[in-house]
Write a protein of this length. Structure first.
Length: 357
């Protein structure tokens, strides 16, 4: 079975796509965004996938790719078109190449015109195509920089994308109105630039008169993306907390493992946000834990020392995750959720005060 996730970056209106093989757990990711790398890595880890390839549909001008950072974090390989002019990729792609993950693969179709190095990735059974900026929902990418060409793009769309089965779902790299996907049949009929009775002359004249301003991040994005998104000198601007081995969940919550907490009880404030009867109930509580129920936390947050890291605790880790949000709103940034809560703590046989045997 195919594992598929469509992710979105609000700032650049970029879609990122994660595809995995459910048997082998091998995966690929398409068109990552640098600022969303932590989110994407968290999802990959939560789904227990092994990322093999980080691939871009082209050298983007509106955001910095997360390719290099995800390679650094997950030991994946970077792949991009040989015509993209990018340095530092592990694999350069040509028309007809297959990017394999488990028993599945993506076929590379060269679709230049938006840039000279654009490619479309087509799933092995032709049910899905990831078109980058070559073909958007009821639109297409601009053709006025990075060796773009309206006549070349028209040919690419007509011969490499719209020749796919009508039922093929089209997943673009961007959409500015929140539309998530389209189909070959829809774009053949309704795309105002290349659909219906439009011909190449119509398309070229349309594209030559768009009059669009350059992307606002082009001066930052292009130089970075020509080096696979690698920061200058290879230095990562890591804003992760440094007081413990924290991991950020896909839901955006910083978590910390119970083993580290057990070994560092004297270095943190344990904030148990269960009701008092639960705190003294069958699961017991961790030694020296401070009990402030979640419903009272907002009004009692001034009881917490801002200088000492806080680990929030509840039965399963759900309410304590909400407590993290409340603490952050109050300006307490050194805070993390105890992963798995008291249930995991007890399951591992760690010591508690009170509770049932």
């Amino acid at each position: 079975m195919l594992i598929f996730r469509q992710l979105f970056d609000q700032d650049s209106y970029t879609y990122t796509y994660l595809l995995g093989d459910s048997n082998s757990r091998e995966a690929v990711i398409i068109d990552t965004v640098y600022e969303q790398s932590t989110r994407d890595c968290s999802l990959i880890n939560e789904l227990e996938l092994q990322l093999l390839h980080v691939i871009d549909t082209h050298c983007h001008a509106d955001h910095v790719t997360g390719a290099w950072l995800m390679k650094y974090q997950l030991d994946a390989k970077i792949s991009i078109s040989r015509h993209a002019g990018v340095e530092g990729a592990d694999n350069v792609l040509v028309d007809g190449d297959h990017i394999k993950f488990g028993s599945r693969y993506l076929q590379v179709r060269e679709t230049p015109g938006h840039t000279s190095g654009c490619v479309t990735y087509v799933l092995d059974d032709e049910t899905m195509a990831f078109t980058g900026d070559a073909l958007l929902v009821r639109g297409c990418g601009r053709t006025d920089f990075q060796h773009g060409s309206p006549s070349t793009l028209y040919k690419s769309i007509k011969t490499q994308i719209l020749t796919l089965p009508n039922s093929t779902k089209i997943y673009p790299a961007h959409d500015y109105g929140g539309v998530m996907m389209t189909s070959v049949a829809e774009e053949k009929q309704f795309n105002p630039r290349v659909g219906g009775q439009s011909n190449q002359k119509d398309f070229v004249l349309y594209m030559n008169n768009l009059g669009l301003p350059h992307p606002r991040k082009i001066d930052v994005a292009l130089p970075a993306n020509l080096n696979c998104g690698r920061p200058k000198n290879g230095r990562i601007n890591d804003e992760s907390p440094v007081w413990g081995p924290l991991k950020k969940t896909f839901a955006g919550v910083w978590e910390i493992d119970a083993q580290w907490v057990l070994e560092n009880l004297s270095e943190v404030i344990l904030l148990d946000v269960r009701e008092h009867d639960e705190f003294e109930g069958s699961l017991g509580h961790i030694v020296n834990a401070k009990n402030i129920a979640l419903g009272s936390l907002a009004s009692r947050v001034d009881e917490i020392d801002l200088q000492i890291p806080v680990v929030t605790v509840c039965r399963s880790g759900t309410r304590s995750a909400q407590a993290i949000s409340l603490l952050q709103q109050a300006g307490i940034i050194k805070a993390a959720n105890l992963s798995g809560g008291m249930l995991r703590w007890r399951d591992r046989g760690y010591p508690v005060v009170g509770g049932a045997s």
